[in-house]
Design a protein around this ligand. Structure first.
Ligand SMILES: Nc1ncnc2c1ncn2[C@@H]1O[C@H](COP(=O)(O)OP(=O)(O)O)[C@@H](O)[C@H]1O
Ligand SMILES: [Mg+2]
Length: 358
């Protein structure tokens, strides 16, 4: 097949970064007074984007299955590059850059051009990228998730809140904006976090009840009620240094657990009793269908104080770092199901192709 791979790639140097108008604007933003109190913001601007190594690995996986690949960066020229090259099908891993709907932009263009593609449509990617809209749908279907509210400014009064509260940006991923301080134990800490999120990320904060129990992440492959739940990955947060909260924060994801110094933080399959394992599988299948996700996704789950699995968030474009040393959870779960990197990438494509035929 003549396939295009749509992607966003991390810029390695400031010179490379400034070649993209979006990236140049971001650099202006991170150098501005608005964020000068938050130097960590500089490190996470491109956290959601893929490395050249990942893009090459996906391309190689598809080529090794006999496809001809056109690379299309999801930038200002993407529309013209798609109309000029006319791919038969698109493998989409583009995260986008601007706006709450940035993950929906390539899906929307592809829908407009009537080009079939892997993964969820523009509506589902948009909803999943707004953590409040996503939770509203889960709640409608009775799928457990923590209570929440959103705000775009600090709060005037403590309305008798139950602490701890967990504060995060309304529409980010890759642990952007999620630091040890995200767990607030009192009103002052809560307002400090709201101030940090709103001024640093230029978007509302979502404030959730803290879900205290074990954490899992669940790779899904397929469609409808037949979607496969790959072996569940448990995140062993007991290994996080004691002075840090047991959450999968930016510090843990990108600083403590590095290629050079791997934290043995993942257990796959998860070591929980059968009943909880099955409950997690069920809640993930229900979530996949409630949000009308297509082909693949990775769903984060935590147990609440009663050991009931709660959905934390849904990633319709899961991270797929190819090197097992990078501890990327979707490929990790696939390996435990007997699929190597090339096999799982092609399995996602096959699910999408099958879906268009049915
Ligand atoms: N309500 C919550 N209670 C407890 N921990 C949470 C809650 N929400 C998020 N977390 C922690 O923060 C991490 C990142 O949050 P998540 O919503 O998954 O953001 P991202 O989209 O950046 O992955 C989770 O993996 C979990 O460890
Ligand atoms: Mg997550």
């Amino acid at each position: 097949m003549k396939l295009a791979l749509t992607y966003n790639v991390k810029k390695e140097t400031p010179a490379e970064a400034s070649q993209s108008a979006a990236a140049a604007n971001a650099i202006k933003y991170i150098n501005s007074d608005l964020v000068k109190n938050y130097p960590e913001r500089i490190d996470d601007t491109y956290a959601e984007w893929d490395s050249t190594e990942t893009i090459d690995a996906v391309r190689y996986a598809l080529e090794s299955n006999g496809h001809k690949i056109i690379l299309i960066e999801a930038d200002e020229n993407a529309y013209f590059n798609l109309t000029n090259t006319k791919p038969e099908f698109v493998f989409n891993v583009a995260e986008g850059f601007y706006g709450a709907s940035r993950e929906s932009q390539i899906p929307s263009i592809l829908e407009m051009l009537n080009i079939p593609f892997t993964g969820s449509d523009s509506v589902t990617t948009g909803i999943c990228h707004d953590k409040s809209r996503c939770k509203e749908i889960l709640s409608y279907y009775g799928i457990p998730n923590s209570k929440f509210f959103i705000t775009d400014s600090i709060l005037e009064t403590d309305k008798g809140f139950k602490y701890p509260k967990f504060t995060k940006p309304l529409h980010e991923g890759s642990s952007k904006g999620i630091y040890n301080s995200s767990v607030a134990n009192n009103f002052k800490e809560l307002n400090d976090e709201i101030e940090r999120i709103t001024s640093c990320y230029g978007q509302p904060a979502i404030i959730e009840d803290y879900v205290p129990g074990k954490e899992f992440t669940v790779a899904m492959l397929g469609n409808g009620r037949d979607v496969k739940v790959l072996p569940i990955v448990e995140i062993n947060l007991d290994l996080v240094p004691a002075e840090f909260n047991p959450i999968y924060s930016y510090e843990v994801k990108w600083f403590f657990d590095t290629r050079e110094n791997q934290l043995d933080i993942f257990k796959c399959p998860a070591e929980v009793d059968d009943k909880i394992y099955k409950q997690i599988e069920k809640i993930c299948v229900d979530t996949f269908n409630a949000l009308r996700i297509r082909d693949w996704a990775r769903i984060d789950v935590r147990l609440d104080e009663n050991n009931v699995p709660n959905i934390i968030e849904i990633n319709p474009l899961p991270g797929i770092l190819p090197d097992p040393k990078d501890n990327s959870c979707y490929p990790k779960a696939a390996r435990h199901a007997g699929m190597d990197y090339n096999a799982v990438i092609n399995a996602v494509l096959n699910e999408a192709v099958k879906r268009y035929k049915s």
